[in-house]
Design a protein around this ligand. Structure first.
Ligand SMILES: [Zn+2]
Length: 58
């Protein structure tokens, strides 16, 4: 098993450098397929981002 099976809970906002939090929690045992997009919202500028998860393998 690898601990790199899904998107992070928090990413850096590309707009202001703040923290964007994942809007939809993902279960630890969930299988995230590459190409799936996840919504994030920035705590600082309140912008919403959709991040497409892409796996390194494959
Ligand atoms: Zn921001």
């Amino acid at each position: 098993m690898t601990n790199d099976t899904g998107p992070p809970d928090v990413i850096v906002c590309v707009e202001c450098g703040g923290q964007c939090h994942l809007l939809t929690p993902i279960p630890e045992d969930a299988i995230v397929e590459p190409g799936t997009s996840f919504p994030y919202r920035c705590a600082d500028c309140m912008d919403r981002f959709d991040v497409v998860w892409e796996s390194d393998s494959g």
